[in-house]
Write a protein that binds this ligand. Structure first.
Ligand code: AMP
Ligand code: MG
Length: 417
């Protein structure tokens, strides 16, 4: 089945300042837990390929396709606000980049494939429990229309992994056009290797922002950063609207393509508590649900700082200034969709803001509330009145919403859908 994979390995050509070649460490008695034909089709692999012995060998870490150049990349990052000068792929191997029949490139990463020079004191492994979470959630995010890394397959085996208790080792075959993080740029900036910084920026622009490549410097870098700011702003607006809490928004977990990456202690919010913290090791609540918006900008500031050798400071500031308006516009649009509104009208921000305050005051289940709003006909929303403690407040919001719906030119079944 591997003959159909065509590797290009452009990242490997950057040279060994950017990574270390690493071999996968197999897991014993490996078996597939699940395969995802939708993600596999992105690199032209069909069901026969996914059922082949080659594929199981890959998912065991035993044998990689010919042409794969397994490597672990080096990066750094701000973790919980403090700078760590060297991190890197400690348990994920970039096995190569595959070009599909449409000419699109996808990086394939095997996560949980054993130790690398960047594993520090850890074992390079992933456990089945957290791998299932990543496998399911990354695909769920994609299906919700939220940019994310993808997941093609999940395997497990008998190799023991020592956490709070002994668990089974697992591997996820993760995919993205690029897994480059803000932290890759911080690594070269803070270590004073500005030639590598520029090489990496040129590489990312050429591969993923080709429309910027023809611009002269520094406009080329400025336009690229602006687009990273915009993508990040839209991503975080998407998270907020979906009630998604990332849990570890360190700069090494921020994708340069604006993808959701690194599914650790993530959660979808249940009872609407804006201060909800999903990561039990985040004792100060740095990455609470209602701080994600500010942290997104903080992280972009760290990226902008790292790019200061390439972009003059006033231009860096101009780029960062776009974060807030882009985020607010996207959030408004997402919330209008959640409310079944097809048009953009004055007063919509207040309608959304008042609703969120009400849901927070009542600690209402966020998703359950929106499901009900969609399942009940607009004329019958009064049936929800009794489910609120502060009925007057709800009733006043509901009336405002019903009046707003009367200004939409479509019937209620469309709103409900
Ligand atoms: P995270 O907070 O999961 O993004 O991880 C931060 C850093 O620790 C990254 O460089 C990871 O590659 C590394 N890391 C996390 N878990 C492990 C592990 N089990 N083995 C090796 N490195 C790890
Ligand atoms: Mg990480």
């Amino acid at each position: 089945m591997f003959d159909s994979l065509h590797f290009s390995n452009s990242f490997a050509r950057l040279g060994e300042d950017f990574y270390s070649p690493v071999r996968a460490e197999p897991i014993a008695d490996a078996r597939l837990v699940s395969v995802n034909p939708a993600a596999a089709s992105l690199v032209d692999l069909d069901d026969t390929a996914l059922a082949s012995a080659d594929f199981i060998a890959l998912m065991a870490g035993r044998q990689l396709p010919p042409g794969a150049r397994p490597l672990a990349s080096v990066y750094a990052g701000h973790q919980f606000g403090g700078y760590t000068p060297q991190l890197g792929d400690g348990r994920a191997l970039l096995i190569g980049e595959v070009q599909n029949r449409q000419g699109q490139r996808w990086e394939l990463q095997l996560k949980g494939a054993g130790q690398t020079p960047y594993s520090r004191f850890a074992d390079g492994r992933a456990v089945l429990r957290s791998s299932i979470r990543e496998y399911l959630c990354s695909e769920a995010m994609h299906s919700l229309g939220i940019p994310s890394t993808r997941a093609m397959a999940l395997s497990t085996g008998s190799t023991p992994v020592y956490r709070e208790r002994i668990e089974s080792a697992a591997m996820v075959l993760r995919m993205a056009p690029s897994h480059i993080r803000f932290g890759h740029f911080e690594y070269f900036f803070h270590s004073g290797r500005h030639d590598c910084l520029q090489q990496l920026a040129d590489y990312v622009i050429e591969q993923h922002f080709p429309h910027c490549a023809g611009l002269p410097a520094p406009a080329r870098y400025q336009q690229w950063l602006l687009e990273v700011v915009e993508r990040t702003a839209r991503l975080i607006a998407d998270w907020q609207a979906a009630g998604f809490c990332h849990g570890v928004m360190n700069t090494d977990n921020m994708s340069i393509l604006g993808l959701t990456i690194d599914y650790g202690p993530f959660a979808f919010i249940d009872d609407f508590d804006p201060g909800f913290v999903c990561n039990h090791s985040d004792s100060h609540g740095r990455y609470a649900y209602n701080r994600q918006v500010a942290i997104g900008l903080w992280n972009l500031n760290a990226l902008a700082h790292a790019l200061s050798p390439l972009i003059p400071v006033p231009a860096l500031k101009d780029c960062l200034m776009q974060y807030e308006p882009v985020l607010l516009a996207r959030f408004r649009q997402r919330m209008q969709h959640k409310l079944g509104l097809a048009t953009d009208q004055p007063g919509d921000d207040e309608l959304v803001g008042q609703l969120l305050q009400l849901l927070a005051a009542e600690r209402r289940d966020y998703h359950d509330f929106f499901r009900r709003l969609g399942n009940i006909a607009a004329a019958e929303l009064a049936t929800l009145d009794d489910s609120f403690v502060d009925r007057e407040r709800w009733r006043s919001w509901r009336t405002g919403y019903q009046q707003r719906l009367a200004r939409e030119d479509r019937d209620d079944s469309q709103r409900q859908a």
